[in-house]
Design a protein around this ligand. Structure first.
Ligand code: GLA
Ligand code: ZN
Length: 676
């Protein structure tokens, strides 16, 4: 449980009463009651108010807010405000502002704007966190800590350059080792002195954000910046822990946000929280996958949905409204994947600056008679009824997808073979295929224990880190099924190619050799021609993006390319090894093929769908003690139904108390949570 002060699914969100007067806050509190809101995230961006100058700290205003919330029974998720530094600080200590990608020294402005190695930032952020913790450690409303806000972005200043050199010395020990790892013999880059090293950006090795001359340098800078920001977080974490060892600490993450290695971050968080902002056209399975990734960060521990909008965003190009019922549906989707909170950005709309048109529970009209408020209040009442039933329940999956931020950096920094190759898209294709068949999936890091799973899918496992190939091999030999794709096993940790034939260290496991890699133009495709039917797969399917030209070295060939000069070469192979098997998918197939392939593999392994699939109806299951909670989420606008398996006979819907047998009908955009 996140806090025993609030033993239910938390309901509330970001709340900024410092932006309005007390009378408005009184109105807010009245409406919070109506909406069943019981938690407020406060103090997210108040550093300038809390610390007007070098020596003054003013906590009375914040204390009054906490006291007032407490009197209404509202718990507080207390932020530390270090997501944006005060203007006076930037003026007095210019080291706190960043140098951007193009080498421009930033002035005061925006947010998420502090240099992560700035001595000023580190000193003052830690001090503020410590003072807040000291002041509010015994406050009865305090239920969780929220450090800073959406850490992100990189800095390229001289302090960061110096800290990068120190980081590199520690990692590589000697300049010789660094020269080897960075392959500096290329383009005459040999380094003779540590101070010759400069950050890779638009002034040096990179352009356009993800193009680089030296992948190894760019990769290390990402590792370094992710760690530097994490160090900032950890300074605050430790300062707070000293005062409140029992209170959970988090910082709000951003799903598949590329720049930070969240698996490394999560090790230092008590509970993962994240901000979910799908747009109207985001595939619901991508949202599901992102929730599963966030759950995977801490090995399946429930997470917090820290932010979502009740209605619309302001920062997307087209900020559509969530259609009636969709906010509720997507809230339950988060819970269905392991969230123990449903929280919004924001509880009341601001009236100035760039977020005034961002949706809120309380809109500019200022009263409760709005569609959005009504929907929020209905959900609040439902969540109250669920009490603590779902809290801490777990999801158990036999299938896992390997997800790795460093691999993503390497894939997307790689110059060639195709600019169209996007790591998250490829991962999502595989996730989607399992999702559509109601097979639960965990997203796991490359250092995870594989032994809990029957099926491991590793899309585009381009970077194989030390020890990984052995681990995968052991998994296969003891009976596991491993699947990887084109452009895998190519490089080691520093992006140096593993010579001797692709897929490098995976070659004996897969029983294939990839001789060449063809990149297809966006409108081009090849075909996957099945040699004989496999499960429901038969005939030919389309594939594209990249085509590895592979030779079998013992693997069975299930399908061949149907066209071009490599027509007849293998495209899908299976290598039986020990008690298990290793599958290679040499191109990027159309969805129908992946559904058939993964469906066939799962069936042959005895991995059954939770419930027989029905188009647009998502199914997940959380378990606690001897109870299972089956979530049925109808993403269609029209009503639908699913056939319940025998094991769910007589299950009761937690939301309506209705008993189900045989078939369950679900209204359009409706939700059932069947308890059994
Ligand atoms: C992020 C931030 C919030 C707010 C929302 C708007 O998630 O954390 O402060 O800006 O976006 O969608
Ligand atoms: Zn910097």
């Amino acid at each position: 449980m996140i806090s025993d002060k609030l033993p239910k699914i938390w309901y509330g969100g970001d709340y900024n009463p410092e932006q309005w007067d007390e009378a408005t806050m009184e109105e807010d509190l009245r409406m919070f009651k109506l909406a069943g809101i019981d938690v407020a995230t406060v103090n997210v961006f108040s550093w300038a108010k809390l610390q007007p100058d070098e020596d003054t700290y003013r906590f009375e205003g914040l204390e009054a807010i906490l006291d007032r919330l407490h009197r209404e029974g509202i718990r507080v998720c207390l932020a530390t405000s270090t997501g944006a530094h005060p203007a006076w600080m930037a003026k007095r200590y210019p080291d706190i502002t960043r140098v951007d990608y193009n080498g421009m020294k930033r002035k005061f402005g925006g947010r998420h704007n502090s240099c992560p190695t700035s001595p000023t930032y580190r000193t003052y952020a830690e001090r503020l966190a410590s003072k807040l913790a000291e002041r509010f450690k015994d406050h009865p409303a305090l239920a969780a800590w929220h450090i800073s806000n959406e850490y992100g972005g990189y800095c390229y200043c001289d302090n960061c350059a110096e800290a990068f050199r120190v980081w590199l010395r520690k990692r590589y020990g000697s300049l010789d080792a660094l020269n080897r790892a960075w392959y500096t013999a290329f383009w005459g880059h040999t380094l003779y002195n540590w101070d010759e090293i400069v950050p890779p950006n638009g002034l040096s090795e990179e352009w356009g954000g993800y193009r680089t001359n030296f992948q190894s340098i760019s990769l290390d800078y990402r590792r370094f910046q992710s760690e530097a920001l994490l160090d900032c977080y950890r300074l605050e974490y430790d300062a707070i822990k000293r005062h409140t060892p029992e209170v959970a600490i988090t910082t709000n993450l951003m799903g598949t946000y590329p720049e930070l290695d969240y698996f490394a971050w999560a090790k230092h968080m008590d509970v993962v929280s994240w901000d979910s902002y799908p747009s109207l056209d985001t595939p619901v399975s991508l949202t599901a996958m992102t929730h599963d990734l966030m759950r995977g960060l801490k090995g399946g521990q429930p997470f917090m949905l820290m932010e979502q909008t009740p209605s619309q965003q302001n920062w997307q190009p087209y900020n559509s409204l969530k259609r009636p019922g969709v906010m509720r549906l997507w809230s339950y989707q988060a819970i269905a994947h392991g969230a123990d909170t449903v929280m919004f950005f924001q509880l009341r709309r601001s009236i100035g600056a760039c977020e005034k048109y961002h949706g809120a529970v309380i809109e500019h009209v200022g009263h409760e008679h709005t569609r959005v408020f009504r929907e929020c209040a209905e959900l609040g009442a439902e969540l109250a009824k669920l009490e603590d039933k779902l809290l801490d329940s777990r999801i158990s999956a036999k299938a896992a997808i390997l997800y790795d931020w460093e691999n993503r950096w390497a894939v997307e920094l790689s110059s060639g073979p195709s600019v169209a190759l996007k790591y998250v898209d490829e991962v999502h294709k595989y996730y989607d295929a399992l999702y559509k068949q109601n097979i639960p999936v965990d997203l796991i890091p490359v250092d995870a224990d594989l032994e809990n799973y029957d099926l491991i899918v590793a899309p585009v496992l381009y970077m194989v880190k030390p020890g990984m190939a052995d681990k995968i091999d052991a998994f296969v030999k003891r009976g596991g099924t491993f699947l990887t794709t084109f452009f895998s096993g190519i490089v080691g940790e520093t992006d140096l190619v593993t010579t001797g034939g692709y897929p490098g260290e995976l070659r004996p496991i897969m029983g294939i050799w990839a001789e060449e890699i063809d990149a297809l133009f966006p409108d081009a495709s090849n075909r996957i021609v099945m040699k004989e039917p496999f499960g429901q797969l038969a005939g030919a399917y389309s594939c594209g993006l990249l085509c590895d030209l592979i030779h079998s070295e013992g693997a069975e060939v299930l399908a061949e390319y149907g066209s071009d000069f490599y027509k007849g070469m293998p495209v899908i192979t299976r290598n039986r090894r020990g008690a298990g098997e290793a599958w290679y998918v040499a191109s990027s197939p159309e969805p129908a093929f992946l559904e058939g392939l993964l469906g066939g593999i799962c069936r042959s392994k005895g991995m059954e769908p939770l419930i027989a699939p029905s188009e647009g109806i998502e199914v997940t299951e959380r378990r606690k003690g001897d109870k299972t909670y089956t979530f049925l989420l109808n993403h269609n606008a029209e009503a639908g139904e699913v056939k319940l398996p025998e094991r769910l006979a007589g299950a009761t819907d937690l939301l309506t108390g209705r008993r189900f047998d045989g078939v369950a009908a679900i209204p359009g955009r409706g939700v059932l949570i069947l308890e059994k």
